[in-house]
Design a protein. Structure first.
Length: 94
């Protein structure tokens, strides 16, 4: 019998700057150490993401994939989707 997949969900809010993204990077690394390789970041209540932090999220997604997991983003507003599209980061989460 297969084990159920455990998914860790992060619900974020407000404006996310580079410092916030580095905290998320550390948190996801802790999840990885604990064997949690499936992560969903809910950005429904996020009003802005600093462009400098997007490579951090992309790198974490790649790292989780190396361990058979993934990082998905949900709840992106049209504004946030535009930021991700302009930076080229959208492809990392498709």
């Amino acid at each position: 019998m297969e084990q159920p997949i455990r998914i860790q969900v992060l619900r974020l809010r407000g404006e996310l700057n580079l410092e916030d993204m580095l905290k998320i990077k550390t948190l996801v690394a802790e999840y990885l150490k604990a064997g949690l390789v499936h992560v969903v970041i809910n950005l429904e209540n996020v009003s802005h993401v600093h462009l400098a932090g997007l490579p951090v999220l992309s790198e974490r997604a790649q790292r989780l994939r190396e361990y058979g997991g993934d990082l998905k983003l949900v709840g992106l507003s049209p504004y946030l989707r535009h930021i991700f599209d302009l930076s080229g980061a959208s492809a990392a989460f498709a």
